[in-house]
Unconditional design. Structure first.
Length: 190
């Protein structure tokens, strides 16, 4: 399990979603042929988040890209040489096939309703100022969801201000974001 995926999962959990990371999609033989990957292993989704209240199933790719150039808007444009990093965003047949199989898989297991809205999205930890607006426009144009660093910071601040929750994200948020009440202990750590 990836730490960034777990952080995103903790945030969605705190928002009332049921979450799972590393979800395997059980494509049938015919579906593998449809997507042109007849010998493909099981497809894996980074994060699945289900909201009963909103009746939505979020299928999320998670990319932290800390200490790097971040997410680049150009990688989501048609013909990008980095399309292999974001296959579900680039290949419509693949996307439709995987999302439909995932919907059926969740429905069979009683994890969502038959009329659930399925949304594809990206949770990312870093983007340059230059790419942020362009990325947002591309995602809006394609009706994809985008959750960036500001979203994470806002929700981590809420976790820090909330009551105790034994999730890694909540504990770290409280440690780093809460005002320090005990200056004496800081002096001892110092």
């Amino acid at each position: 399990m990836d730490a960034f995926e777990q952080l995103a999962a903790d945030i969605f959990w705190a928002q009332g979603y049921w979450v799972r990371t590393g979800v395997k999609v059980e494509l049938t033989r015919d579906e593998k042929l449809t997507i042109g990957r007849h010998s493909s292993p099981r497809w894996e989704v980074d994060l699945l988040a289900w909201s009963t209240q909103k009746n939505e199933l979020l299928v999320l790719e998670c990319k932290s890209y800390f200490d790097s150039g971040g997410v680049h808007a150009a990688h989501f444009l048609p013909g990008s040489k980095y399309a292999h990093r974001y296959k579900l965003f680039h290949d419509q047949v693949l996307r439709e096939t995987v999302l439909e199989r995932l919907r059926l898989q969740c429905l069979e297991r009683g994890l969502c309703s038959a009329d659930a809205q399925i949304r594809l999205g990206l949770v990312h930890g870093h983007v340059t100022r230059h790419n942020a607006a362009r990325l947002q426009a591309i995602f809006e144009q394609n009706d994809w969801l985008l959750f960036g660093p500001q979203w994470a910071r806002r929700h981590l601040a809420q976790l820090a201000a909330g009551s105790y929750d034994n999730s890694t994200a909540a504990v770290v948020a409280k440690l780093l974001l809460r005002p320090h009440q005990d200056e004496a202990s800081e002096a001892l750590d110092g």
